[in-house]
Ligand binder design. Structure first.
Ligand code: EPU
Length: 344
């Protein structure tokens, strides 16, 4: 185990925020986790687990032990006529795993192609796109439980997956995810109900074509983090009550919305932001992307404060126009390496 000090994390977070970690360890297999945690305890440091860095907001200085999860491997652990069960190391690149699954004729994840980040982060916010969520195909999550001080496996039902949420969000410091086990299909069951996906796929009803169309749609709207540093959707799509929705819809009948259970309504945050004139607009070095208003971009050498100034201005304009509070999606860390609530 090699402890590094004063490590620049700029290239380990897709928003390219300057962030120096006081202590840093690369985790290459699950045994390293135990040693690293012992080191953190001895030095009285908090532990920040950095996965692909595609959904985090980091301050300029972090006095904590940053663990970079680099555990690899894709192992078939069970198989029958209908399903294949595959255990994947937390450090495997998500998109590479999706491409691999399609090549192997393992079906289910094709709608989730090109989502940035690593496999270990996929259960945390239950990544989702084009009508599919990772949680639908997760059988269990292999973790080190810091409370019980042991490795364990958490079944999908106990992960409480919902829209961009899971128990890993409720207990952010308790579990270190070392692998994720997926139960995939051996026969394709293409999910084409989202937006114009059906039209894009056309007559070529194969998983490979579905995957290619998803990649194409994402590339046409979402900025490549290498060119325009970003963390994907910056805000969650807000969920409002039916009566609040009815009031807004009276004034804005075209508002894109999706009915939810318990007579709630999910509203498209990108549309709300677009309506306030923020699409393609910048405040200093940070702005909302010109092709998709939901994506915040670091156009120059922004700090977390610059990011905060822009997103709070967006929140305030949306609040004023629609009386809806947008909740940021990425995880915000403080200088002690702990997850912090996004303020009002
Ligand atoms: N819209 C606008 N202007 C914009 C952006 C969107 O009017 O600038 C409208 C669109 O026309 C559409 C609606 O808003 O009617 C929804 O937009 P879109 O279909 O692009 O999806 P989204 O709600 O913006 C969500 C996810 C994405 C995911 C896509 C596809 C959230 C917060 N975001 O975006 O996830 O890829 O659906 O499923 O749920 C991510 O989480 O990082 C992410 C990219």
């Amino acid at each position: 185990m090699h402890v590094q000090q004063q490590v620049q994390l700029k290239h380990l977070n897709t928003l390219n925020l300057n962030a120096i970690a006081s202590h840093y360890i690369e985790i290459n297999d699950s045994n390293d986790v135990v040693d690293a945690l012992a080191f953190a305890e001895q030095k009285a440091l908090n532990v920040l687990v950095l996965s692909g860095g595609s959904n985090v907001l980091l301050p300029q200085h972090i006095h904590a032990l940053v663990l970079h999860l680099n555990i690899h491997g894709i192992d078939v652990i069970d198989e029958d006529e209908r399903n294949v069960t595959v255990q994947v190391g937390a450090g495997q690149v998500w998109h590479d795993f999706v491409l691999h699954s399609t090549k192997q004729n393992w079906f289910g994840l094709q709608n989730l192609a090109l989502i940035p980040g690593l496999v270990g982060a996929s259960p945390v916010q239950n990544i989702g796109a084009y009508g599919v969520e990772a949680g639908e195909f997760i059988e269990s999550v292999q973790v080190y439980d810091r409370e019980l001080k042991q490795f364990s496996s958490i079944g999908a039902a106990d992960c409480h997956f919902s829209y961009r949420h899971s128990i890993f969000k409720d207990h952010p410091n308790r579990y270190i995810i070392v692998a994720v086990t997926f139960k995939l299909l051996k026969q394709p069951d293409l999910k084409l109900n989202y937006g114009d996906l059906k039209q894009a796929v056309g007559d070529v009803l194969t998983a490979e074509n579905l995957q290619n169309q998803v990649i194409h749609i994402r590339q046409s709207k979402l900025p490549d983090p290498k060119e325009f540093p970003n963390v994907g959707s910056f805000f969650k799509n807000p969920i409002v009550t039916q009566s609040d929705f009815d009031k807004i819809a009276q004034q804005f009948p075209n508002i894109p919305h999706y009915p939810q259970p318990n007579s709630n309504v999910k509203v498209a945050a990108g549309w709300l932001i677009d309506q306030t004139g923020w699409k393609g607009k910048q405040l200093g070095s940070v702005g909302m992307f010109h092709k998709q208003a939901l994506v915040l971009v670091n156009y120059a050498d922004a700090t977390l404060n610059d990011v905060r100034n822009t997103y709070q201005a967006v929140q305030s304009d949306v609040k004023q126009k629609f009386s809806i509070r947008l909740e940021p999606e990425p995880v915000l860390y403080n200088e002690q390496g702990l997850i912090q609530a996004h303020g009002e």
